[in-house]
Design a protein around this ligand. Structure first.
Ligand SMILES: [Zn+2]
Length: 307
């Protein structure tokens, strides 16, 4: 079937609806993966975290249940975080973006992109909550990347190394080229962060980079190639620095106004310490996820020539 014969945008919209439903499953992953004794399949049904009532299907309809129940549990009226519908909508948006950027007929490509983007969403949210990136996502991505590249060599279609190594008369990327670029991307992604971590440890004497970040960039590199892995890290570092500085400034101002409220004039040093502490406790995973996601959808190794 030629999907491009369908009305423009309808394929992407249908895919986004699928993304909305999968988003509901991602919420389960985000909640359960970092918790001991829980897994994606256990317990079988979801429970209200407040009253422990098992949720029926009517309470599990993505987005709609939350709206109809006005963000509260049907049994105990406990508030249900706005994050649940937001994760569902975000995933729908990401899947829409993947399908519309790849074009209606390139469904294997957009399927892979969507899975990667959902994985990044889960990794980012869990890291944001618990300062850890679940191995299920990062190591799972490392296993999935080579398989995906063998299935859809076009995943590495914009990777210079893959283009050079491919023996394709049409000038595209073949399986061997895609697989080698994938492995090189995983190697570069892991090595560059291990190197930065070792350097940071030498300079500051403290753990600068978590192993979770290393594994996440390795998995990401498997999908975007070696150049893409470096580009993703650059985007992540840039956004994280801006965000980190703003976050430190926010805590500095907050601490100052609190000290003034208590009638204390001194204490600038204390506020600076609070700000520095706030800067240190910023998870890097969400920024790495953002960088990998942007590079996955928008990066072309040749675009470095334009910079
Ligand atoms: Zn409840």
């Amino acid at each position: 079937m030629n999907l491009s014969e369908l009305p423009a945008g309808s394929v992407a919209l249908a895919w986004a609806l699928m993304g909305l439903m999968v988003g509901s499953f991602l919420n389960v992953c985000i909640y359960r993966l970092p918790r001991e004794g829980m897994s994606v399949g256990r317990p079988r049904r979801s429970h209200c975290p407040a009253c422990n009532t098992e949720l029926g299907w009517i309470e599990n309809v993505p987005l709609l249940s939350w709206i109809i129940q006005a963000g509260r549990c049907r049994t105990c009226s406990a508030r249900i975080s706005l994050r649940y519908p937001l994760v569902e909508i975000s995933n729908a948006g990401l899947w829409y973006l993947a399908a519309s950027l790849a074009g209606p007929n390139a469904w294997p490509l957009w399927c892979c992109w969507s899975v990667v983007l959902s994985g990044l969403l889960v990794a980012s949210m869990v890291d944001f909550d618990c300062f850890q990136i679940p191995d299920e996502v990062s190591l799972g991505g490392c296993v999935l990347a080579p398989l995906a590249c063998l299935w859809v060599p076009g995943l590495q279609g914009e990777t210079l190394l893959a283009l050079v190594l491919s023996d394709d008369p049409g000038g595209g990327v073949d399986r061997v080229g895609a697989l080698l670029a994938c492995l090189a991307g995983m190697g570069v992604g892991a090595c560059v962060l291990l190197l930065i971590g070792a350097l940071g440890k030498k300079l500051y004497g403290a753990e600068a980079m978590g192993l979770g970040d290393v594994k996440l960039l390795a998995a990401g590199g498997g999908f975007v190639g070696p150049g893409g892995a470096l580009a993703a890290l650059a985007v992540a570092a840039l956004v994280a620095s801006v965000f980190g500085l703003l976050n430190m400034l926010r805590f500095f101002i907050l601490s100052r106004s609190r000290a003034r409220g208590r009638g204390r004039s001194a204490g600038i040093r204390r506020s600076l310490r609070v700000a520095r502490l706030a800067g240190r406790y910023l998870p890097f995973g969400p920024f790495l996820g953002l960088g990998i996601g942007i590079v996955l959808l928008a990066w072309d190794d040749l675009s470095i020539l334009w910079i």
